[in-house]
Design a protein around this ligand. Structure first.
Ligand code: HEM
Ligand SMILES: *[C@@H]1O[C@H](CO)[C@@H](O)[C@H](O)[C@H]1NC(C)=O
Ligand SMILES: *[C@@H]1O[C@H](CO)[C@@H](O)[C@H](O)[C@H]1NC(C)=O
Ligand SMILES: *[C@@H]1O[C@H](CO)[C@@H](O)[C@H](O)[C@H]1NC(C)=O
Ligand SMILES: *[C@@H]1O[C@H](CO)[C@@H](O)[C@H](O)[C@H]1NC(C)=O
Length: 348
């Protein structure tokens, strides 16, 4: 099996093979152009490199502590931003409100502040924080699954600048409460089981954040005291399901010492254990279920927000030609004003 180190290469390779999209695209399109570049130009041309934050999957680039990973944190950030959505009312979803909600009990840990701190460098009028949160999750699962879970990306999410209602599920809540929370977010019981299994296949529970669930350890290799959800915390695979079905005792939210916080146990059994068994039996079914559910999760937005078509790589377009002052290797221009653009057609 490929190691996660190869995830990014594969992710980019797959991205390019889907380039024969049929959507008619005309340059310029301010809703799409910059997002397309951030999505597809990691290592080449303008080298946005956002995906390198989570490639390899166990990258710790922006966390100074061992026992934490950006990939798991970016992914969890997207869920916590979405989790306060009310699809009936048409409010909430991925709208970057999480940035104003980090002092809440339901958002414990440094993950949210630090993920947003990383994304700020890419935020602009043409790339909202909400779109970057969605892209972060997309890159994370693409890298951690070695390119098996490629979520089609639509842009156009709109940022809010204040906290929204609370309502992120917490592990000590009852199954009824979780069922109601996921229904509010637009997911039925089967989909709740799938989404939680897809979420809890990378990363783990940190004693630093949840000492009532896992012990705080004194280990310089695990400063945040993480106990992994499954045997491969840095691989987006179905081992969370196989280990659950075989009673391996690894997942702290399924088998932890504290019965009150065994939310994964209650959720995975909510349909009599049927879906988690199927996900354990088939790696492919696990990936397919996650691709579908996570696309819906990332596309949950307030009713008045209109997302773009799925963004495909633009095969050919003008690039900015800058007479002087541009970066010699990256080609970064001094000025991004459109009237400075002298079209020189390049394959990007
Ligand atoms: C009832 C629903 C859920 C509950 C109660 C829950 C609870 C938790 C808890 C307590 C942690 C430990 C966080 C830490 O110690 O830093 C965690 C981690 C995580 N959760 Fe969930 N979660 C739920 C659903 C989801 C969903 C739907 C997703 C994504 C689709 C998700 C993604 C993650 C990820 C990626 C981590 C690992 C974070 C890391 O290692 O830094 N969770 N969850
Ligand atoms: C995140 O940053 C905000 C604003 O700087 C601050 O109010 C909040 O306490 C921080 N939360 C955490 C968990 O660090
Ligand atoms: C949830 O919806 C899916 C369709 O997306 C359906 O296949 C499944 O049976 C539903 N589950 C429940 C419990 O209604
Ligand atoms: C178990 O978790 C609950 C909810 O967080 C907490 O109130 C309780 O103190 C915990 N029990 C133990 C033994 O840690
Ligand atoms: C943690 O471990 C280090 C080295 O093993 C030791 O020097 C230190 O006293 C320990 N700290 C605590 C709080 O146990």
């Amino acid at each position: 099996m490929l190691t996660s180190r190869h995830g990014l290469t594969l992710l980019l390779a797959l991205s390019i093979t889907v380039s024969s999209g049929t959507t008619a695209y005309t340059w310029p399109d301010p809703r799409i152009d910059l997002l397309e570049s951030i999505l597809y130009q990691q290592n080449g041309f303008r080298q946005y490199g956002l995906a390198f934050g989570v490639a390899p999957c166990n990258n710790q680039a922006s966390t100074l502590e061992t026992g934490r990973d950006d990939s798991a944190e970016w992914f969890r950030t997207a869920y916590h931003d979405m989790a306060t959505a009310d699809v009936q009312a048409g409010t909430g979803g991925i709208d970057a409100s999480i940035g104003f909600e980090t002092d809440r009990d339901e958002n414990k840990g440094k993950a949210f502040n630090e993920s947003i701190g990383f994304f700020i460098g890419f935020q602009s009028v043409r790339s909202s924080m909400a779109d970057l949160i969605a892209l972060g999750a997309l890159f994370s699962v693409g890298s951690c699954s070695n390119g098996e879970v490629i979520i089609p990306f639509r842009g156009g999410r709109v940022d809010v600048y204040e906290a929204g209602p609370s309502g992120v599920p917490q592990p000590q809540e009852s199954l009824d409460s979780h069922t109601a929370a996921f229904a509010r977010q637009g997911f039925n019981v089967t989909e709740m089981i799938g989404l939680v299994a897809c979420g809890h296949t990378i990363g783990g529970v940190h004693g630093e954040n949840f000492p009532e669930i896992v012990p705080v350890v004194n280990d310089s290799n695990n400063m945040a005291s993480r106990q992994d959800f499954d045997e491969s915390f840095d691989n987006f695979d179905n081992s969370v399901a196989t280990q659950f079905v075989s009673n391996s005792m690894q997942n702290p939210l399924a088998f932890g010492h504290n019965e009150t916080t065994r939310s994964d146990f209650r959720i995975f059994n909510a349909d009599g254990g049927e879906l988690i068994r199927k996900m354990a039996e088939s790696q492919q079914l696990f990936w397919d279920t996650c691709t579908t559910l996570l696309e819906r999760m990332l596309n949950t937005v307030p009713r008045d927000v209109q997302l773009t078509e799925v963004i495909q790589p633009i095969p050919v377009r003008p690039k900015i030609k800058h007479p002087s002052g541009g970066h010699p290797t990256t080609g970064h221009a001094k000025s991004r004003r459109v009237r400075d653009v002298i079209p020189t057609y390049t394959r990007v």
